[in-house]
Write a protein that binds this ligand. Structure first.
Ligand SMILES: [Fe+2]
Ligand SMILES: [Fe+2]
Length: 370
């Protein structure tokens, strides 16, 4: 495409007072469409009015022009590859963006770091190992959206804006768990290849749909359930606050992923096998994580309150938590419109869930050590 050139004739006319003014007189916008602020202020939903609120099924152009503006015919092609609403949209995305903006917090200021008590060394180690894992996995949820964001058509700008809030949220999660590992003398623990393999699966996803299913639904869903169990595994009120604040953020990311998958499947139910296959692969990796000492044992020790307690209980302290993780995952899949009960690859003996009670029938799930 040829670079734009200076229109010197226009410059001369304008300098002599002959303004162009076609931008003013030939204005085809929805004059008179006036957004009314809601109780909290002027939200993205408040301005999704008239033609401005119409989200095209297929983007007519690949430009950065604001949706609803009058676009020059010769605008350059930005090369976007996600040009359909089903690629990225979720019906709750505008609200999630607003919530993401309004509920930002500071890992520096909002955590009472000086109030972490002296903790039994084993529990401190367990907390630090868990923080190492979390600091490691959180950043994938920045890297993955960042990798795909520029490919998303600007007509779906609200989805891009939401992902921008997620990228900031996950930077803060990486930060807060790194800070917790270093705040009480424990330091960072072990980073495992099995964890990195799951992160690579997400980062290397062939398309946004695959990566979003693996990350928003499966990975972040499991992390959300873990944060929800913060009461059970926090050695002090400081960690409880960390988990509670992270949980708010994580719930938004999972809500986007769930509603995005729901939208994609509602628009094209024939894609369900595609998504089943994405989750098959992801769940197999999660199974390996659930059989990794550095992943499950810190949770068991924290939940039991001691190493001896965790050993005596044979992991039962973590059972309830992991069982809830799987239960919530299956419910999340239900909400997204994909029933995983006949497909789930996480064996019940690893996920510590009651397959019969949850209606799980897949061979992979019930053929573990039982
Ligand atoms: Fe996170
Ligand atoms: Fe997240």
């Amino acid at each position: 495409m040829a670079a734009p050139t200076v229109d010197w004739d226009y410059v001369e006319r304008a300098k002599s007072g002959e303004l162009d003014l076609r931008w003013l007189r030939e204005w085809n916008s929805e004059w008179g469409v006036k957004a009314t602020p809601s109780r909290v202020g002027l939200t993205m939903r408040d301005i999704a009015i008239g033609s401005y609120g119409e989200i095209p099924e297929t983007a007519p152009r690949r430009t950065m022009a604001p949706r609803g503006s009058e676009v020059d015919a010769d605008v350059p092609d930005m090369g976007y590859t996600l040009n359909s609403k089903t690629d990225v949209w979720a019906d709750n995305v505008m609200d999630l963006y607003e919530e993401g903006v309004s509920r930002q917090w500071s890992a520096t200021r909002d955590i009472p770091w000086s109030e972490i008590p002296e903790i039994d060394p084993d529990l401190e180690h367990a907390m630090c190992q868990l923080c190492t894992l979390l600091s490691e996995v959180e950043m994938i949820a920045s890297d993955f959206p960042a990798k795909w964001m520029w490919r998303i058509n600007h007509d779906y700008v609200e989805a891009k804006m939401f992902l921008a809030t997620q990228i900031m949220d996950e930077a803060r999660h990486t930060e807060v768990f790194r800070k917790r590992a270093l705040a009480n003398g424990g330091g960072l623990g072990k980073a495992k290849a099995v964890t990195e393999s799951f992160l690579k699966l997400v980062l290397d996803a062939e398309n946004y749909a695959q990566g979003s299913a693996l990350m928003h639904i499966l990975g972040e869903g499991l992390v959300l359930s873990l944060f929800r169990a913060g009461e059970l595994i926090s050695p002090s009120p400081v960690e409880k606050k960390i988990f509670r604040l992270c949980m708010q953020d994580e719930a938004r990311h999972v809500a986007y992923g769930t509603m995005h998958l729901r939208y994609a499947l509602a628009e094209d139910p024939d894609r369900i096998e595609e998504f089943h296959q994405y989750l098959d692969g992801g769940e197999e990796m999660i199974s390996a994580l659930f059989a990794t000492p550095e992943v499950v044992e810190p949770i068991a020790v924290l939940a039991a309150g001691s190493v001896d307690g965790a050993a005596v209980m044979g992991g039962q302290a973590a059972d309830m938590l992991l069982g809830r993780v799987i239960e919530e995952y299956l419910q999340r899949c239900d909400r997204a419109g994909i029933d995983r009960r006949s497909r789930i690859k996480i064996p019940d003996v690893l996920g510590n869930y009651d397959a019969a009670a949850l209606g799980v029938t897949s061979d992979a799930a019930v053929s573990g050590l039982n």
